[in-house]
Design a binder for this molecule. Structure first.
Ligand code: SF4
Length: 489
């Protein structure tokens, strides 16, 4: 059978999806092997395609970009022997701006550019909110784009910079870029990491033997046995060489940090950590807050697996209502090689989730899920629970209503398709035909992520635009296309 691009499962259509993960290594023999392992650990951030660029003092730069899972593409037999050298970076992608849903191989990162002072490759997690105008300007001035990706703008801006070194050119380029970016880049000798001034997307630094590692999440450091050193700070650039270690500076105007609060709720793996706190513990605490804010009499607390599980455990612990695995997820049915025929589409959620009838029958069930996006999956899950004989179904959601799209590197439907954009909580409960539906409040979510006073309304401590409609970076391209910001209160 020929190798195919993984096909999104119908279940995945009703989730927000992180669009990229980045990973880089310097100072380790066969760095690309470590990068492949790191990307494998970051596969939840993007399953559509992945790529690796490496450099070897004798063989120069090499790269491989492929559709599909890291584990299928970057094996020793197939590719690793062609990716030698002590310096490598990699990227996994869902699809960012550009060819959404129909990625071409030319859109797969890392992107590479040959400059007068040598080559450089970049891998970008995030989304450039002024990419349309930058691209137009660059094309008018003679740039020839190879892809439809917003991230390629960075390479062209670097090419036009008059600075002498590649890190300086990258600084120059990124000062023109608006939006969210965690970039891992490399030259012949340097591994470079940069976070945008607001630090919207994560990036962490690790150490393994004589080598250094940059990664979107700490879970990918664990897989290669690297020690977590620290998070790259918002607005920080690190330039790392095997000889001199890490040099850090802050090339952008300092701004209050706006890390994506949804990384805590859903995107990151529960075995990653931010700010010294495990994502699992934060999610469990979200469940605790959810139970305090929205109690209900019931017999069982069940999770919509897997992402709702830590919050369901927290809800159960706080409420004293027993936790049970009322829904079981088929671990091998994430994305599938099966063609999505009409008949298979109709099976929908049942392909991925199955109700444990013996536990559910005759019970009043609290179902904890991480979010409600379009509401289509919630409705199907509710039907499955009722079909299994539940007496009542109460949804408890571990995030506030998602009423606004994300423009910072997360795939969200248009605003009109978000259930919470057109309905309030009661209307959503009626629409889903559940006995009750309650979301955690924004303040409750902030408390759960470690802000005891809740959300600072004047200057929120996180980006929470998909809940609040308050965008920390003006989404210039989308406004030009007619997107209307929330009216000032
Ligand atoms: S809009 Fe939502 S998903 Fe996007 S960066 Fe902000 S908090 Fe994260």
């Amino acid at each position: 059978m020929s190798k195919q691009m993984p096909i999104a499962h119908p279940f995945d259509d009703d989730k927000l999806r992180e669009e990229c993960g980045v990973f880089g290594v310097v100072g380790l023999k066969d760095a690309a092997n470590f990068v492949a392992l790191g990307l494998h650990a970051l596969q939840h951030r993007g399953q559509e395609a992945g790529g690796i660029v490496c450099h070897h003092p004798e063989h120069g730069f090499n790269n491989a970009r492929r559709f599909g899972y890291v584990r299928d593409n970057f094996t020793k037999e197939s590719l690793m022997s062609t990716l030698p050298g002590p310096l490598a970076i990699g990227h996994v992608r869902y699809s960012t701006a550009g060819s959404k849903g129909q990625t071409a191989i030319r859109d797969v990162q890392p992107f590479f550019g040959e400059f007068s002072m040598g080559g450089a490759a970049i891998a970008h997690n995030g989304n450039i909110t002024n990419a349309d105008s930058l691209r137009r300007e660059l094309i008018e001035r003679g740039s020839i784009f190879q892809s439809s990706s917003d991230s390629e703008c960075i390479i062209h801006l670097m090419a036009r910079s008059l600075q002498r070194t590649i890190p300086e050119r990258m600084e120059d380029a990124l000062r023109r870029v608006e939006g969210a970016f965690s970039v891992v880049a490399m030259t012949r000798t340097k591994l470079i990491g940069v976070r945008d001034p607001l630090g919207v997307r994560p990036l962490v630094l690790g150490k393994l033997a004589e080598g250094w590692v940059l990664s979107s999440e700490t879970c990918a450091l664990d897989i290669i046995g690297a020690e977590f050193i620290r998070e790259i700070k918002p607005g920080e650039m690190v330039v790392i060489t095997a000889e001199n270690g890490v040099e850090s500076h802050f090339p952008f105007r300092p701004q209050p940090s706006k890390f994506c609060i949804f990384e805590h709720v859903y995107f990151s793996r529960p075995d990653s950590s931010y700010g010294g706190r495990s994502v699992y513990e934060t999610r469990r605490q979200i469940g605790v807050e959810l139970a305090r804010e929205n109690p209900v009499d019931a017999d069982l607390v069940c999770a919509v697996p897997d992402s709702g599980t830590p919050a369901a455990i927290g809800y159960s612990q706080e409420s004293g209502i027993p936790f049970a695995m009322g829904i079981v997820r088929n671990q091998y049915m994430g994305r599938t090689f099966i063609e999505p025929t009409e008949q298979i589409r109709n099976m929908g959620v049942r392909l991925k989730l199955n109700v444990n009838r013996a536990l559910i029958e005759g019970k009043r069930v609290i179902l904890v899920d991480d979010s409600v996006v379009r509401g289509t999956t919630s409705r199907k899950i509710k039907e499955m629970i009722l079909d299994a004989g539940a007496k009542e179904v109460h949804f408890r959601i571990a995030s506030p209503p998602t009423a606004w799209p994300c423009f910072y590197g997360v795939d969200t439907p248009e605003r009109e398709k978000l259930l919470a954009a057109t309905m309030n909580e009661d209307q959503m409960a009626e629409h889903l035909a559940v006995d009750s539906l309650k979301f955690i409040s924004l303040d409750g979510l902030y408390r759960a992520v470690g802000e005891p006073e809740g959300r600072n309304k004047k200057c929120p401590q996180y980006c929470d635009a998909c809940f609040s409609g308050e965008y920390p970076v003006r989404p210039a391209d989308m406004i030009a296309k007619g997107f209307e910001l929330k009216a000032a209160e």
